[in-house]
Design a protein around this ligand. Sequence first.
Ligand code: GTP
Ligand code: MG
Length: 387
Amino acid sequence: MKVKKYHAPSMAEAMKKVRVELGDNAVILNSKVIHKGGFLGLFKKKNIEVIAAIDPEAKVGKPEPKEFKKELQNIEIPKITQNVVPTESGQTKETSEKVEKELSELKQMIQTLSSKSPYAHFSLEIQEILLYLQNHDVNVALLNRLGKFLEGKTEQNSQSNELNKELFIKWSKYFIRNEIKEFPHGGIQYNKKYVNVIGPTGVGKTTTLAKMAAEAVIENRKKIGFITTDTYRIAAIEQLKTYAQLLSVPVEVVYKISDFEKAKEKFADYDLVFIDTAGRNFREAKYVHDLNEIINFNEEMESFLVLSLTSKERDLQSIIAQFSTITIDRFIFTKLDETSSYGTMFNLMTEYKTGAAYVTTGQSVPEDIKEVDSEMLTNLLFEGLEP
Ligand SMILES: Nc1nc2c(ncn2[C@@H]2O[C@H](COP(=O)(O)OP(=O)(O)OP(=O)(O)O)[C@@H](O)[C@H]2O)c(=O)[nH]1
Ligand SMILES: [Mg+2]
């Protein structure tokens, strides 16, 4: 049994190294993203680490998982004699004990990894794709379904001699896109008068609303107004007023539902009204209740839940649960520029059966926003795997 660690700037390059050195029957035990070098924690380089193994005496074809595990248990750890006299290189009893301990830990690690790796039984081509997506934090359930789908495709096309990486990527994209295709995606539909952004604090609600409003005014020539219900911070009203001034459009500040009704009259002959809301701690159940006290959600309204991709997935799930009493039309995923992991978007869309409207890619208004659909999102996810 030969076990080796490989480092490369991308998953594709790491897999190439594995293939060249260990051949097509290698098994990937683990892969992770590591950050190397840098100064004071900055400018670190992203690196992929892959641990791969091969049994040179194994029959051609992939090893059965059970056999493979048994073989791992039989890895010989070289016995290092105790009480070693210091050698010329200065090796002492302590260092040899340390080496033995490290070897034993390594064996333990390999055993744990191999028993945990849910993908070791797939072919190398499938593993490469699954591990790439795993690094993007795509969840295990989705990956297992994809693995089985790719296995089925491999069987159907077993006679073909064109089973190359491009084909596996094409099949994977087809599968992933299909998982999210049925949900409505895309930006403002322009068929409802009110557009509303809600979400936790600091995720980019106001900035994103300004970007959406700018598109409505500049590209679609719509007559728009703003409503802000964010009366918790003076600065929040000023922030929205600044964007409104840039677009030469009015802002109404709304404290209670009667103010909302007045603003509605004021904007009677407007095409679109963009509503900004206060970000609140999503753990406070009262937040959603308060929103219902100010905004009349019975109006013709498109509601977007703004989620930052820099948040933990578990927190995003709690946020979505908190907003379950409000009809969310689509998600907006912000701060794409601050993460290299896009899987969370797919996990949430499939879990909550909700599509996405936009991704935002920076602080600049109005340019750092992109309208999305299932094809664009899928291409984005696979960007780093394309040859
Ligand atoms: N890097 C990055 N920063 C962003 C993006 N969108 C917004 N921001 C920044 O995130 C910070 C918060 O943005 P806001 O629009 O004020 O967020 P908010 O959700 O309205 O915040 P509250 O109203 O306080 O809840 C600002 O510094 C924005 O410039 C993005 O796509 N990428
Ligand atoms: Mg805000």
